[in-house]
Structure formats: structure tokens, C-alpha cells
Design a protein around this ligand. Structure first.
Ligand code: PSU
Ligand code: MN
Length: 307
């Protein structure tokens, strides 16, 4: 495989990787499609800061002019935040976008792919994609789940968004051998709230304990990913009935307006932002920052364990 020629790794990130120093990958679709400008920039910069405050090096990932870029510069992050036409790039989009020399924002799936190519083991995001409501019919199942099935990266997230069919999402993960681990919880969180009503497979209380699980998984030769579910901080969680009600309305609007394919998730997030008067965005920021913190602590624990 000749993928290295398509990779541009930021020197600070490369230095960290060469020296077994902790590194955390961050995605760019959350910048281009998850939040509006300028909140997307505020959020992305804060994620990087939090990773640093907790002892790791951040590597925000995206495709820039046909190159897989590991560790976007601040100017590049600005471009992802300002350019509202940036394509959302999933696995199926990667080869055409690179061949054309274009730029693209990476989802959970493609950020995992590229983190793995660069040798990064830990990745922080908001929430993974999953099986959409009606997915048993529409087959709208996020490529994130397939990537978790085949790419060896630990994804620290606040579970799956409550716009998704969480029981079916968890069944899909189980079929593919993807473990869900609750960080200091036995409940699978659903993004805006701490309890989806479903359970995680295992609970851990520390990132040292988590690092051991990752190490055993590696030593066994397992090549799949893993979900580290870290609930939104208590004080930032939204009221369950309030957000469920807005989600149900947003899902109906998406259906009425014929929103399909990769437009569904950005549409629902934007609707929730609008209808909650920004409350969903405040919660989204709080959870992704908290995930950046735990991912950094996990990267530190892993690098200690691998010394
Ligand atoms: N988490 C967030 N905001 C986001 C996403 C995740 O807090 O915008 C993005 C991720 O990039 C994820 C994508 O991979 O939503 C899922 O899109 P889809 O359902 O089309 O696979
Ligand atoms: Mn989809």
C-alpha cells in the first residue's frame, strides 16, 4: 500500500508519534457541518487547547488540496469553519476527492481511517453516527459503524446522537465485535443526555484501566475499533423530554422535506440548534470538550503503559 505519499503530518504530531508521546485525533466534519461559524472555530480551538492542558498533542484531521492532513494549522481550521461548501467526506468519497486535489471534512469514519494510517490510537468526537430511525427499511446506517468494525482506533464520544435508533446501533456494533465501554458509567449516553436507556458492555473508572483493555485488544491482534462512551457533564445535560420533543419534530421535518443521505445528520443538528435557541449547541460544545479531556488522559495512560 502506498498511502504515505498522500499523508501530510504536522511536524509536532510526527515528533510525538516517533517518541511515544500522547496524541489525540480530532475530526473536521464537526467543524464544517456540526456547528455554525464562528462557534465551530471556538469549539475546534478549545478542543485542541483542552487536549494540550491534559498532556497530549492534538491532531485535527481533514483533506486539504488532495492531501490527508494530520494536524491542521489554525489557518486551515479557519478555512474548514468558514467555507460552508466544504464537502463532507466519508470512506466512499476519499479517493475521488484526493484524485481531484480537492479538500474535504472528515467524519468519524474517515478520521478513524486517517488516524490509523498516521499511527494515532485515540480520537475524540461528539457522537458517532449510527442506525437512523427507519434504517431497517432505508438502510441509512452510518459508515462510522463499519469503520468501527474494521479500524483499530479508540473513539471517545458521548455515545450516539439521540436522533438515532440507539438499540439498533448497539446491535450493529455487537454483531461487528465492537465493545462499548462506559467511562465512569454503566449507561450508554445519548449525546445531549447521560442515559439512553441502554447499557454499555463494560464500565471503567479510570483511563489507566481503559489503556489496559486497549493493550490486550492490540496484543490479541484484534483490528477493530472500540467505543469509549463518556457522558455529557451533568450540569450541561439537556432535559430529556425537552430534547426528545424537538428531535421528533426535526425528524418529521426532515421526512417532509425529503432530506436524505449524508444531509440528514447536519440537517437535524441545525434544526435542533434553531428550535432549542442554541441550547443544543451549548450542550454539544460541553460534551465534545469533555471528550477531548478524557481522550487526552487516555492517550497519556496508553503512552505510560507502552514505555
Ligand atoms: N458529532 C458531533 N457533530 C457532528 C458529527 C459528530 O458532535 O457533526 C458528525 C461526525 O462527523 C459523524 C457524522 O461521523 O456526524 C455522521 O454522519 P452520518 O450520519 O451521515 O454518517
Ligand atoms: Mn447516513
Amino acid at each position: 500500500m502506498d498511502y504515505k505519499k498522500y499523508l501530510v503530518i504536522n511536524p509536532e504530531v510526527q515528533h510525538a508519534l516517533d517518541n511515544n508521546l500522547p496524541v489525540v485525533a480530532l475530526e473536521s466534519t464537526i467543524i464544517s457541518h456540526g456547528f455554525n461559524y464562528p462557534e465551530n472555530i471556538e469549539s475546534a480551538r478549545r478542543c485542541e487547547e483542552i487536549v494540550r492542558e491534559n498532556g497530549a498533542i492534538p491532531a485535527t484531521i481533514g483533506i486539504v488540496d488532495g492531501k490527508i492532513t494530520i494536524g491542521l494549522t489554525d489557518d486551515q481550521i479557519l478555512e474548514f469553519g468558514k467555507n460552508r461548501e466544504m464537502p463532507k467526506c466519508s470512506r466512499r468519497d476519499v479517493a475521488p476527492i484526493i484524485a481531484k486535489g480537492l479538500s474535504g471534512a472528515t467524519t468519524v469514519a474517515t478520521t478513524m481511517m486517517f488516524a490509523h494510517m498516521a499511527g494515532i490510537k485515540v480520537f475524540a468526537t461528539g457522537g458517532i453516527g449510527g442506525v437512523h430511525f427507519g434504517g431497517e427499511d432505508s438502510l441509512d446506517i452510518s459508515a462510522d459503524l463499519e469503520e468501527l468494525a474494521q479500524t483499530n482506533v479508540a473513539v471517545v464520544c458521548s455515545g450516539a446522537k439521540s436522533i438515532l435508533d440507539i438499540p439498533r446501533t448497539l446491535e450493529y456494533l455487537e454483531t461487528n465485535g465492537v465493545t462499548t465501554i462506559g467511562y465512569q458509567t454503566d449507561k450508554f449516553p445519548d449525546f445531549y443526555t447521560r442515559d439512553s436507556g441502554c447499557k454499555v458492555d463494560y464500565k471503567v473508572d479510570s483511563t489507566d484501566e481503559l489503556a489496559k483493555i486497549l493493550k490486550v485488544k492490540d496484543e490479541l491482534g484484534f483490528t477493530n475499533g472500540i467505543v469509549i462512551a463518556n457522558p455529557i457533564p451533568e450540569e450541561s445535560a439537556l432535559n430529556t423530554d425537552f430534547i426528545k420533543d424537538l428531535i421528533n419534530k426535526a425528524l418529521k421535518d426532515a421526512d417532509n422535506q425529503g432530506i436524505k443521505g449524508n444531509k440528514v445528520t447536519p440537517f437535524l443538528l441545525a434544526e435542533l440548534c434553531d428550535k432549542s435557541e442554541g441550547k443544543s449547541v451549548v450542550a454539544n460544545k460541553a460534551l465534545v470538550w469533555n471528550n477531548s479531556r478524557v481522550a487526552a488522559l487516555l492517550a497519556v495512560s496508553l503512552s505510560k503503559l507502552n514505555k
